[in-house]
Design a protein. Structure first.
Length: 459
């Protein structure tokens, strides 16, 4: 089975609360400025690459972004994703120490979700390298029903406020994606960003940039999201025709599916047939499994990939049987629903109750003191995919088997030597008095390169 690099980009929410209970005078924008203070002082910009090969970034506004280094294993990717959480959380901790030193009552919270309290949406994007084919566009279109329905496995759950009373729904992003349809000229447009920017050899590769996922707290949900999508990309590269499940109205379907936690809702296909999300997922899952079996790819899978492609089918079985509880340690939307629902029935609350909203935010809060999902993970109530050691290793170290290893070494050496340098996904540039020495890394798979060895000697 051919190798593939993947990366995850996570935008975080920032909220502030006070230790006194008084209203906070610190806006999320102020919080973001404080977070990036050190980075701006050091590099004069809010865009920086780290020794683990990843990128920290602050766009206008208040959503810090972590773009993980390129990973060629799902385990590395999950470790990188969690490392990103810990890196930003340590920046938040430092900013909070600053607030305390200034005698300010405000404290910043880092939230890994997709909707803030004002209803603004922000994203979690997936990046997959795929080998260039002329029919890329049509092929990606055939995946739209997969992306619309995978929320039943990978949704992060959400309390949706609406006239007539709030309800719990499966995905945070589903309602936001609706807006995207107005500008959609093809089916896949609101789901897959088609800007042709491969960050690699343009003759050979494309980068598929998926914008329709929820940020996941559960490592298992993250791993499942990437492992299932990867299976379908392998099929596309191999030229397999996908099951014809084209939806009549994808953006309407994504909402209808999200709104029904019983998973019984059917959506209309272009051919007039009606299908549940689970049925559509099963058709993709079975087609993928058949293809892997035919090609002998199962033998190539590492343990994490193997566990996740098996889980794909198992989880669909459990969901079809209505046995949601057996997935409550794996899937975010179910784990979160169980906690909120227990609290809700105990207190006789409606979904509009602000205490439930606070509890929902706590699930996504990354601070060790307030974070619910992170503490569930420590207690084994959410199953992790990688060890804590692996996550801590990923804070400072790039994946060893991709181009990120070269970037990480260069960033490490140049910062240590206090040299001026510039880096992006493809370029390593050492700035010198008489210009710059640049190495272009066109091969995302290659962790070794003589030119980089030479560049490092100049540092
Ligand atoms: N050749 C590649 N194929 C697939 N993914 C890649 C490749 N090169 C880099 N990536 C991943 O793509 C992501 C790029 O993130 P980044 O936020 O910088 O880009 P972007 O989303 O295109 O830009 P922006 O967020 O500024 O609009 C990273 O997670 C990175 O690991
Ligand atoms: Mg980005």
């Amino acid at each position: 089975m051919p190798k593939r690099v993947m990366g995850v980009e996570t935008e975080y929410g920032l909220t502030t609360a006070t230790t006194t209970g008084a209203p906070s005078s610190l806006t999320p924008e102020d919080a973001a400025q404080r977070l990036f203070k050190r980075i701006v002082e050091w590099g004069r910009s809010t865009n920086t690459f780290l020794t683990n090969g990843s990128r920290l970034y602050l766009d206008v506004g208040a959503h810090p972004e972590f773009a993980s280094a390129e990973c060629d294993s799902i385990a590395d990717l999950v470790a990188m994703d969690r490392a990103g959480d810990l890196i930003f959380q340590s920046m938040v901790d430092e900013a909070n120490r600053g607030l305390e030193a200034e005698d300010m009552p405000e404290r910043i919270h880092l939230i890994k979700n997709n909707v803030d309290s004002a209803g603004n949406s922000f994203g979690c994007h997936e990046n997959y390298l795929i080998r260039r084919r002329r029919d890329f566009r049509a092929r990606v279109d055939s995946l739209v029903p997969f992306f619309i329905t995978r929320q039943v496995l990978t949704g992060a759950g959400h309390i949706r406020k609406q006239p007539g009373g709030a309800v719990y729904e499966i995905s945070q992003r589903a309602d936001q994606m609706w807006d995207a349809i107005s500008s959609a000229s093809t089916r896949s447009r609101p789901i897959v960003n088609t800007r042709d920017e491969p960050h690699g050899d343009i003759e050979k590769y494309r980068r598929m940039h998926v914008i329709v996922g929820d940020s996941n707290m559960s490592q298992t949900s993250t791993a499942l999201k990437f492992a299932t999508t990867e299976m379908l990309l392998v099929m596309i590269e191999d030229g397999v025709i996908m099951p014809d499940l084209k939806l009549q109205d994808p953006m309407r379907s994504i909402r209808e599916i999200s709104h029904d936690v019983s998973l019984k809702t059917t959506v209309e296909l272009e051919n007039g047939r009606m299908r549940t999300a689970l049925q559509i997922q099963r058709e993709f899952a079975e087609a993928a499994h058949n293809h892997y079996e035919r090609q002998g790819y199962f033998a190539d899978l590492d343990d994490t990939r193997s566990a996740m492609v098996t889980l794909w089918i198992e989880a669909l079985d459990r969901l079809e049987e209505g046995d949601l509880d057996s997935l409550s340690t794996k899937l975010d939307w179910i784990a979160k629903h169980n906690i909120l629902e227990r609290y809700r029935t105990k207190g006789g609350l409606t979904w509009d109750d602000p205490r439930l909203t606070r509890l929902e935010f706590a699930y996504h809060d990354l601070s060790p003191a307030a974070g619910l999902a992170t503490s569930m993970e420590k207690q084994g109530l959410l199953e992790s995919v990688v060890t804590e050691e692996a996550v801590h290793h990923a804070i400072d170290n790039p994946p060893a088997t991709t181009r990120a290893a070269l970037r990480g070494r260069f960033v490490g050496a140049a910062s240590e030597a206090r040299r001026d340098f510039m880096v992006d996904w493809m370029n390593l540039r050492l700035l010198e008095a008489d210009g710059a020495r640049t190495v272009i890394l066109k091969d995302p798979f290659s962790p070794v390169d003589e030119r980089v060895d030479e560049l490092l000697e100049q540092v």
